[in-house]
Design a protein around this ligand. Structure first.
Ligand code: NAD
Length: 359
């Protein structure tokens, strides 16, 4: 491993920009050269944190010792800042959502190609352990072939902050949490999406969605439900998945959960009818204790490296990006289809730009 550190300037020193400062310090193969924010108070906050605060974006671009520009501003300015940085000969790390439309992202990728520079999107939730456990179950068939995957995040605090409420800035939950959950699905399920239906919610009266539900039907038979809610005073589990041999649940980010699988050692046991409400049911009776096995969740799938290690490896020509721009483009295209399905209340088909691996 080389000892060279890649110098990064964090542009947009708000919540996520300052968090990147910690991530970069932890990593060690990249270093914070300074920060830039349009707001004086955020420049002061950066100085207090011990960073050099640039006075303008031009000053960042004109500093030849800066190798990488990291963009952590509101979503509407990602594209413009990224293209300027690439044209100035900088590599770019861009926060999610990389931008707000397929065509904007295509312009960004074209600028990166033209400049011969790396453009990598911080889809950091590919490293979330809850997701990596489901990915492990999917790959290793721990509970058989997964055919129904439900991924949810539920909060009760409404849409946070200021710009996230406003369409022009790229606000709304589909572009915020949605992009993470959809990115996870697309990385995990290597199959074309044949159709999507969705419902966006506007319960809080904002001009942008405060949550949504989308159902993706994949060509390989998997159905995925992706749901984000910000008015959920009682939350549903982070993941609920069904496989041909059983089911699994992951409650939350503390990874509480379990698997329940069919016990193939015993002959099929007819369930006994139970009283349910005012009626009687055999169909909905819980399986007998011997008929199933309750197990622990598998260990998470192991990635070869962290986001920043992978980024450094990509700059040094030692690895391909884990977050590939073709996948980022596919997610943006899917987001456009989800918006369309929500607006028209119709099932949207024939939109996916899936390329089978190896093609
Ligand atoms: P924020 O409002 O806390 O911070 C944004 C900062 O950018 C502010 O300080 C603002 O003054 C500054 N800014 C605005 N326009 C600018 C410009 N043209 N040049 C320089 N600075 C500018 O927002 P946030 O929550 O930190 O979100 C920032 C980005 O990070 C968004 O794209 C968001 O989606 C993303 N984000 C990602 C994660 C993640 O886990 N990957 C988590 C939170 C936010």
């Amino acid at each position: 491993m080389s000892n060279a550190k890649h110098s990064v300037v964090i542009v947009g020193y708000g919540g996520m920009g300052s968090y990147h400062g910690h991530l970069i310090t932890e990593n060690g193969r990249v270093e914070v050269k300074g920060t830039y924010d349009v707001l004086e108070e955020r420049r002061q906050a950066s100085k207090q944190a011990g960073y050099h605060a640039y006075d303008s974006f031009e000053a960042v671009l004109n500093d030849s010792s800066v190798e990488v520009v990291l963009i952590a501003t509101p979503n509407d300015v990602h594209k413009d800042l990224a293209i300027q940085a690439l044209q100035a000969g900088k590599h770019v790390i861009c926060e999610k959502p990389v931008t707000m439309s397929v065509s904007d992202f295509q312009d960004m990728v074209a600028a990166a190609d033209e400049a011969g520079k790396v453009l990598m999107v911080h889809q950091n939730r590919r490293w979330d352990e809850d997701f990596l456990i489901v990915k492990q179950m999917y790959n290793e068939r721990t509970i058989g072939d997964l055919f129904q995957i439900e991924s949810r995040v539920h909060g009760a605090n409404g849409i946070p902050g200021d710009w996230r409420h406003i369409k022009q800035y790229g606000g709304g939950m589909l572009l915020d949490w949605g992009v993470h959950l959809l990115d996870q699905m697309i990385e995990m399920i290597d199959s074309k999406i044949v159709s999507v239906r969705s419902q966006l919610s506007f319960i809080l009266g904002d001009e942008v969605d405060d949550g949504f539900e989308a159902v993706l039907q994949f060509e390989n038979g998997v159905t995925a439900l992706v749901e984000v809610g910000t008015t959920n005073y009682i939350t549903l589990p982070r993941w609920y998945v069904k496989g041909t041999e059983g089911a699994a649940v992951i409650e939350d980010w503390s990874l509480t959960g379990r698997t329940v699988t069919r016990n193939n050692e015993v002959d099929k046991i007819e369930p006994k009818p139970i009283r349910a409400g005012v009626g009687l049911t055999k169909t909905m009776a819980p399986p007998s204790e011997e008929a199933t096995i309750t197990g622990v969740l598998p260990e998470p799938f192991q990635r070869s490296s962290s986001f920043y290690d992978n980024f450094a490896d990509v700059l040094e020509g030692k690895a391909d990006p884990i977050v590939k721009n073709a996948e980022v483009l596919r997610v943006l295209n899917l987001i456009e289809a989800i918006f369309k399905a929500g607006e028209t209340n119709e099932v949207v088909k024939d939109f996916d730009i899936y390329e089978p691996a190896g093609k």
